[in-house]
Design a protein around this ligand. Structure first.
Ligand code: F6P
Length: 362
C-alpha cells in the first residue's frame, strides 16, 4: 500500500509527533506499506511535489515543533475554481493522487483542511484526517492536538505580564490567537489569572469592561489583566459585516487597540497591549500534546488497518474515536455560552464584559 501524508494550514506543536506516531504504527503493524511525504500541504498535492520517506525520517521528531513536511494555506473556496490551464486545484489533486500511485491520503489539519479532505473523499479518494489546531475549534472532537501546548505558552505570557502590570500599576491587554473561537483565550485566561476574558462567542460592552476596572480600583486593586481573543468583538460590532467592523476599527483586524484607548480614556488607567502572536504556535509540543499526538497518530494507523476511510480521528468522552469527514466538515466547535469553564471563571470573579452574572456551577 502507498500512503500520502500532508500537513496543511497553520502549523502547531504536535504535528511531527502525530506523523511519527502514525508512521511507527504503520511500520509495526501494516507490512509492505510505503509512506510518501507531500510537501507544503495541499500545495504539494496540487503541484505533485512529494517524496518517499524512510523509516529513519520519522525518528527524532517527537518533541520537534513545526512540521517536517512543510505546510501552506490553500483556501477551500479556491479548490473548485477553474484555473488558466482549464483545471481546478481539485482536478490537479486527483490527478496527482493517481500519478503518485496513492491508495490513501492522510491529512493533518484544521477546519479548512477537513473541508478539503471531505471534498476529496466525496470525489472517491481514500482519506483519513487528523485534527490539528491551537484554536481547538474542530467539530466533533473534544480536543485537537496543539491546543494544550498553546495554552501553556499563552499562560506563560500572561504570567510574565502580571509582574509588569503589578510593578507599573497598568491595565494590560494580552491578545490571544483565535480569530473565530475563544477556547485558547478562555483556558489561558483562567490559567493565567486574568481579571477580564473577552472571546468572540460573548460579544462585550466596552462600558462593562470599564465598570469592572473601576470596581477593581475601588477594591484597591492596582492593575488589571485582560485576556482578549483576536476575534473578540463588541456587541455593536457583532451586528456588523466583517468589512464594516474593519472600518469601525480604523483598519485594524482586531478591536484590541480601540478597546485599550477606550479603557485609558474612560477608566483613567494606563493601558498596554501585548500580542504574543505566532509564539503561541511555535516550539516543542507539551508532554500532554506528545501523548495526544501519539495516541491520535497511532489510531489513524488503526483506521488504515481497518480500511476505515472517509474518517477523521476525534476524542469523544475522553476516548480516542473517529467521525465521518462528511459529518463534521464545514462545522465549527464554538465555546458554548453555558460552558462550565465560563461559570467556573465567573465563580471566582472573572468577568466577560457582557454584564451577565454568575449563574452557579452544575
Ligand atoms: O488557526 C490557527 C491560527 O493560529 C489562528 O489562531 C490565527 O488567527 C491564524 O491561525 C493566523 O494565521 P497565519 O499564521 O496564517 O497568520
Amino acid at each position: 500500500m502507498k500512503i500520502g501524508i500532508l500537513t496543511s494550514g497553520g502549523d502547531c506543536p504536535g504535528l511531527n509527533a502525530v506523523i511519527r506516531g502514525f508512521a511507527k504504527y504503520i511500520y509495526e503493524n501494516v507490512p509492505k506499506t510505503e509512506i510518501i511525504g507531500i510537501s507544503d500541504g495541499y500545495g504539494g498535492l496540487i503541484t505533485g511535489e512529494a517524496k518517499p520517506l524512510k523509516e529513519s525520517d520519522f525518528s527524532g521528531i517527537l518533541n520537534v515543533g513545526g512540521t517536517i513536511l512543510g505546510t501552506s494555506r490553500q483556501p477551500f473556496k479556491m479548490m473548485t475554481v477553474e484555473e488558466q490551464n482549464g483545471q481546478s486545484r481539485l482536478d490537479q489533486m486527483k490527478k496527482n493522487y493517481k500519478k503518485l500511485g496513492l491508495d490513501l491520503l492522510v491529512t493533518l489539519g484544521g477546519a479548512g483542511t477537513h473541508k478539503t479532505a471531505a471534498l476529496l473523499a466525496s470525489e472517491g479518494l481514500n482519506v483519513i484526517g487528523l485534527p490539528k489546531t491551537i484554536d481547538n475549534d474542530i467539530f466533533g472532537t473534544e480536543v485537537t492536538f496543539g491546543f494544550h501546548s498553546a495554552v501553556d505558552i499563552a499562560t506563560e505570557c500572561i504570567d510574565r505580564i502580571h509582574t509588569t502590570a503589578a510593578s507599573h500599576g497598568r491595565t494590560m491587554l494580552i491578545e490571544i490567537m483565535g480569530n473565530k473561537v475563544g477556547w485558547l483565550t478562555l483556558y489561558s485566561g483562567i490559567a493565567g489569572g486574568a481579571d477580564i476574558v473577552l472571546i468572540p462567542e460573548i460579544p462585550f460592552d466596552p462600558n462593562e469592561v470599564v465598570k469592572t476596572i473601576r470596581h477593581r480600583i475601588d477594591q484597591g486593586k492596582s492593575f488589571n489583566i485582560i485576556a482578549i481573543a483576536e476575534g473578540a468583538m463588541t456587541k455593536d460590532e457583532s451586528k456588523m459585516k466583517k468589512s464594516e467592523r474593519l472600518e469601525s476599527r480604523g483598519g485594524e483586524a482586531t478591536c484590541t487597540k480601540k478597546l485599550a484607548s477606550y479603557i485609558a480614556e474612560n477608566a483613567d488607567v494606563e493601558t498596554r497591549i501585548v500580542v504574543p502572536g505566532h509564539l503561541q504556535r511555535g516550539g516543542n509540543p507539551s508532554p500532554y500534546d506528545r501523548l495526544l499526538s501519539t495516541e491520535m497518530g497511532s489510531f489513524a494507523g488503526k483506521l488504515v488497518q481497518d480500511g476505515n476511510f472517509g474518517t477523521t480521528v476525534a476524542m469523544k468522552n475522553n476516548q480516542i474515536s473517529y467521525n465521518n469527514l462528511q459529518a463534521i466538515a464545514g462545522k465549527t466547535k464554538y465555546v458554548p455560552e453555558d460552558h462550565q469553564m465560563i461559570e467556573v471563571a465567573k465563580s471566582i470573579g472573572i468577568t466577560f464584559g457582557d454584564g451577565v452574572k454568575f449563574k452557579g456551577l452544575r
